[in-house]
Design a protein around this ligand. Structure first.
Ligand code: IPE
Ligand code: IPE
Ligand code: MG
Length: 236
């Protein structure tokens, strides 16, 4: 593990909480409880390894389609992490930002998010992004609507729109694109996560379920990343 090149930004599609629970004869909800704990542990692992940006997909715009029970359980867990575990991280120099459309979340969750972002905004340690009610297509639709309004009101001209403009108007503004994208649980799809931002990310698919993804698994992913010959369309 010495001399490993550490990716600056690691993004994770945390999949498999339900299957993890099922494999243990537990209700799906318990998988989410365990998955939530793991996010907190992995925050400190990332920090220790020298990863600067860590982004996790916690709840997608499509996840509202799950049963009322499961959505409620996920929201309850989120509330508890935003008001305890992540708050603790914010006190440990972690900067927390939420990406996604927060307007559809309960007002008390929106308030927790605002406070957490405000309280941690000057933290210089790990930069931690949580995607909640996030969908890449939805992010692009929201960006397009704001842009159309700005053009209509004369604030910007169509000539001002370029790749930088788009990057700077997505929820991930000021956050560099992921170097390494990990999905757990064996599934090999993107499920509407960071479509614009992963244009040149390296992908890694882990077989284990998210609650079992730990430091050793992350190191395996980074070792694999180290074997990749990163290219950006150039000839080397
Ligand atoms: C990921 O685990 C967590 C969320 C999507 C909220 P899943 O709940 O998708 O677990 P599986 O994929 O059904 O096993
Ligand atoms: C993606 O996982 C979303 C999150 C991890 C939050 P899903 O389990 O919802 O995705 P699909 O349905 O397998 O594509
Ligand atoms: Mg899943």
């Amino acid at each position: 593990m010495d001399n490993l090149k550490i990716p600056r930004h690691v993004a994770v599609i945390m999949d498999g909480n339900g299957r993890w629970a099922k494999s243990k004869g537990l209700p799906r909800k318990m998988g989410h409880v365990q998955g939530g704990k793991n996010v907190e542990d992995m925050l400190y692992v990332c920090d220790d390894l020298g990863i600067k940006y860590f982004t996790v997909y916690a709840f997608s715009t499509e996840n509202w389609k799950r049963s009322e029970d499961e959505v409620a359980a996920l929201m309850t867990l989120l509330r508890s992490y935003l008001s305890s575990g992540f708050k603790k991280a914010a006190k440990n120099n972690v900067r927390i930002r939420i990406i996604g459309d927060r307007t559809r979340l309960a007002p008390d969750i929106q308030k927790l998010i605002e406070d957490l972002e405000e309280d941690s905004k000057n933290n210089t340690g790990l930069q931690f992004q949580i995607a909640i009610n996030y969908g890449s297509r939805d992010e692009i639709v929201r960006m397009m609507k704001r842009t159309a309004e700005d053009i209509k009101s004369g604030n910007i001209n169509p000539e001002d729109i370029n790749e930088d403009y788009i990057s700077n108007n997505l929820d991930t503004k000021d956050i560099p694109d992921p170097d390494l994208l990990i999905r757990t649980s064996g599934e090999q799809r993107i499920s509407n996560f960071l479509l614009w931002q992963i244009a040149y990310s390296e992908f890694y698919f882990a077989d284990c379920h998210w609650p079992d993804f730990n430091k050793d698994e992350l190191i395996k992913a980074i070792e694999e990343y180290n074997k990749r010959d990163r290219r950006f369309g150039d000839a080397k």
